[in-house]
Write a protein that binds this ligand. Structure first.
Ligand code: 6GU
Length: 202
């Protein structure tokens, strides 16, 4: 799978994919993530990508031209299965959405900032709008990182024991059971006997 991410704060998206399972996914060649700075498509030499909203109201809106030009240029390289806009008023992310997206080949994620992106971009280019919960973040970057992680770990071969994603909390609408490791007795608080019985099925 290949994921392109369009953002005005690429710095927020460097570390999240450089460690642990996301790093392994990329090292194994199962996932590539490319972060693109929207300012590359700015409307002027000052790097402008946002402007005041029509009708008044506080806060800036991300302009059409940089986004349209970026999306069109990136779309020449990749045939996107989904162009996803991360926004608090999108569909709330859950495991089923992550499962569905993990079956795709190319994704483009667009991180909103300020008051969001011009409505015409949403209508013309965006195929899916996703929120990661009912609260407001300063921008879509952390949400994009969450989405990439939720999808990336589902790609076949990313997890060592492929069954482990299948037993995750939520994967079957059930929460995973509590887990324990050494020592058996932590300050008088013992691991349940059933886990020490050697009977895996139990
Ligand atoms: Cl995707 N973006 C922002 N800015 N805030 C959020 C969100 C996304 N999901 C929940 N809150």
């Amino acid at each position: 799978m290949h994921i392109d991410i369009l953002t005005v704060v690429p710095e927020l998206l460097t570390s999240p994919f450089e460690h642990s399972i996301m790093k392994r996914a990329q090292d194994k060649g199962l996932l590539t993530v490319q972060v693109h700075h929207l300012r590359k498509w700015a409307v002027n030499e000052y790097g402008q990508v946002d402007d005041y909203q029509y009708g008044g109201g506080a806060g800036m809106v991300m302009m059409c031209e940089p986004l349209a030009n970026a999306i069109e240029e990136l779309s020449k390289e990749k045939n996107y299965d989904e162009i996803i806009y991360l926004t608090p008023d999108g569909e709330r992310l859950n495991q089923q959405i992550a499962n569905t997206l993990s079956l795709k080949g190319n994704l483009l994620m667009i991180c909103g900032h300020y008051k969001g992106i011009d409505e015409r971009i949403r209508q013309q280019y965006i195929t899916k709008e996703i929120s990661i919960g009912d609260y407001v973040l300063s921008g879509g970057e952390l949400a994009a990182a969450v989405l990439v992680d939720a999808i990336g770990r589902l790609l076949p071969g990313v997890l060592n024991d492929e069954t482990s994603a299948l037993t995750d909390s939520f994967q079957d609408n059930l929460l995973a059971p509590p887990v324990y490791t050494r020592p058996v007795d932590f300050r008088g608080n013992k691991v349940p006997d059933v886990l020490m019985s050697g009977n895996h099925k139990k």
